[in-house]
Design a protein around this ligand. Structure first.
Ligand SMILES: *[C@@H]1O[C@H](CO)[C@@H](O)[C@H](O)[C@H]1NC(C)=O
Ligand SMILES: *[C@@H]1O[C@H](CO)[C@@H](O)[C@H](O)[C@H]1NC(C)=O
Ligand SMILES: *[C@@H]1O[C@H](CO)[C@@H](O)[C@H](O)[C@H]1NC(C)=O
Ligand SMILES: *[C@@H]1O[C@H](CO)[C@@H](O)[C@H](O)[C@H]1NC(C)=O
Ligand SMILES: *[C@@H]1O[C@H](CO)[C@@H](O)[C@H](O)[C@H]1NC(C)=O
Length: 536
């Protein structure tokens, strides 16, 4: 992880008071497997990112770009390190980032922003891609897209980290797909969306293949590699950098170190810098981002900060002197014809890889709201603690009661409502069971569950709601092709939301009653584990 900061004081001071003067830098564009400055076509290598989250607890973090005084304090040090890119791990989309982004722009520094945050990310052992996360991701995009020094976004960081949790990558790849689609749908400047991977020997090749393969609209635009295999006086071969370079020599999008700087040998002399920007690696890699600017308890810092005082640490001096020596050979965009044009092949699901090529559906808050409004049987004051238990019960009853909320990255089977919040999902399951019982003539007591369920008035879906629900299908196992409406920051939802497309609406007549949502003759039973639901 990194953090950042930055800029020359005189200019920075002026920028603080001239909020309308947005500093413009040349946007970075991707061509083939390299980054370029858009206007003059010079190739860009990442030199350093001061990443940082400062996640002090589960749901709190410090937004490093929200305080102009800290940016003003730190940017001169980033400049000393010849920083041109920083990575920021968690931004608060409700904060204003103009001052910091302008100061960074004035210093020629670009930003790669992670879209997740502590407490708002895809969880490797309980992966989901939900309406809530979609809103978080798109809010960060909304907050950052207008700065020309926003270089890209990471849709996840080290989510799958060993062969027990590779299924989570299906959810992260859906996040990549939907973030890209959102940027396009909003007509924002083209900004790449990538993923920052960890370096686990069992899964690293499959991971890189998986995120690159298949439909390019869902594939990563660049690949960030968090790597700590060069410690102390290592070498190109001893560190395995040689093998990693081979592995990416045919990759068709840019790849760079999204974190590096092993600290098991101290001080860090950063001898790997010469390898990374040297003749063997620079044709393949677009540089790297050192982890990290701030000294924190994990002891990866380049500087320690106490109030307004910045003290450079020994590692800062070493890194600075190493970076001063590099001069990577670069190619100009105009004379560069990408040779790696083919995407990697998708890995097959087996013992070492459990993420199907089929991805979870795009979150759609309006769909969930419409569905919930159309239910007869819903949760009745079920506490968060009890939600998981109740799922365990109701999903085991009836026939395929939970198929509509299933989300299994390994089988690639996803219900249309697996993105909804826990109340909505539970409502779907309770109602599905209830409708089955009604159909069998046992409706009278089927919506009770010891007082955990109750019947409510139904809002029959019309218009957009009817279309969305129709696409989702009677058992919730259909495919919704309408794009989510609304922007991330305004959210969406409510039966009155409109969508531009309604591919599934042709020939659909609005059901008069929720019963039309039900059908129910399924071949297999899909269970959603109670535990998986508790964290919704
Ligand atoms: C191209 O533009 C970038 C950013 O403005 C600058 O750093 C670089 O030196 C320029 N390249 C040339 C060859 O002038
Ligand atoms: C896989 O990673 C998870 C999460 O970090 C960890 O709890 C688990 O022990 C790891 N399993 C193996 C086999 O390494
Ligand atoms: C690393 O190499 C340098 C230069 O050869 C040497 O001065 C230093 O003692 C070495 N460090 C270690 C830990 O071996
Ligand atoms: C979950 O969905 C229910 C029903 O649509 C809604 O009333 C509630 O506000 C939602 N909760 C959250 C946290 O979004
Ligand atoms: C997901 O699907 C796989 C393969 O079909 C299956 O083995 C696994 O048990 C399913 N997981 C859950 C939580 O249902």
């Amino acid at each position: 992880m990194k953090s950042f900061s930055a800029l020359a004081t005189a200019v920075a001071g002026a920028a603080l008071f001239l909020k309308t003067a947005v500093a413009a830098v040349d946007p970075i564009v991707i061509k083939g497997s390299k980054f370029f400055y858009e206007t003059n076509g010079t190739q860009l290598y990442d030199y350093l990112g001061n990443g940082t989250t400062s996640d002090t607890s589960e749901n709190t973090y410090t937004d490093p770009l929200a305080h102009s005084s800290s940016c003003q304090r730190d940017i001169p040090y980033l400049i000393q390190l010849r920083t041109n890119v920083i990575r920021v791990y968690a931004l608060d989309p409700t904060k204003n980032h103009d001052d910091c982004m302008n100061m960074l722009a004035d210093a020629g520094i670009y930003v790669i922003a992670d879209l997740s945050a502590p407490g708002s990310s895809i969880v490797r052992d309980d992966p989901e891609w939900t309406d809530t996360l979609y809103t978080r991701y798109t809010s960060v995009i909304d907050a950052m897209h207008s700065y020309t020094n926003t270089l890209g976004f990471f849709a996840g960081n080290e989510v799958s980290n060993n062969n027990t949790n590779t299924d989570a990558s299906a959810f992260v790849k859906a996040a990549v797909r939907d973030s890209k689609a959102y940027i396009k749908a909003q007509n924002y400047r083209t900004i790449g969306v990538g993923y920052a991977t960890n370096d686990d020997a069992d899964i690293r090749v499959n991971l890189a293949d998986y995120f690159d393969c298949g439909d390019s609209a869902a594939a990563i635009d660049f690949w960030g590699y968090n790597i700590y295999s060069w410690c102390g006086n290592s070498s190109y071969t001893e560190s395995g950098y040689d093998q990693r370079t081979d592995e990416f020599s045919s990759y068709n999008v840019p790849v760079f170190f999204a974190e590096y700087g092993c600290n098991t040998v101290q001080p860090r002399t950063f001898t790997e810098v010469q390898a990374l920007y040297g003749s063997q690696m620079s044709p393949v890699w677009s540089g790297g981002i050192v982890y990290m600017y701030f000294q924190e308890t994990n002891d990866f810092g380049l500087v320690s900060v106490d109030g307004n005082t910045v003290s450079t640490l020994t590692d800062f001096v070493y890194l600075s002197s190493q970076l001063a020596l590099i001069s990577p050979s670069s190619v100009n965009s105009a004379s560069y014809t990408p040779t790696n044009t083919a995407a990697q092949s998708c890995p097959t699901v087996g013992s070492d890889w459990q993420a199907a090529s089929a991805l979870p559906p795009t979150p759609n808050a309006a769909l969930c709201e419409c569905m919930y409004n159309a239910l007869t049987c819903v949760p009745n004051g079920v506490s968060t603690d009890e939600v998981g238990d109740l799922f365990g019960v109701v999903c085991g009853l009836g026939t395929n009661t939970c198929a509509g909320i299933n989300a299994n990255g390994t089988s690639g089977k996803y219900g249309a409502y697996g993105m909804c919040n826990s109340t909505q999902q539970l409502g779907w399951a309770l109602n599905d069971y209830y409708e089955q019982q009604v159909a069998a003539g046992n409706g009278a007591s089927a919506c009770d569950f010891s007082g955990s369920a109750k019947t409510k008035a139904v809002t029959s879906p019309t218009g957009t709601c009817a279309s969305l629900i129709s696409q989702a299908g009677s058992g919730g196992t259909g495919t919704v092709t309408s794009s989510p409406s609304g922007t991330g920051s305004s959210g969406s939802g409510g039966s009155s939301s409109s969508t531009s497309k309604s591919a599934g609406a042709a020939g659909f007549s609005a059901p008069a009653h929720i019963g039309a949502l039900q059908v129910a003759c399924y071949v297999s039973v899909a269970l959603v584990s109670g535990a998986a639901m508790i964290l919704l």
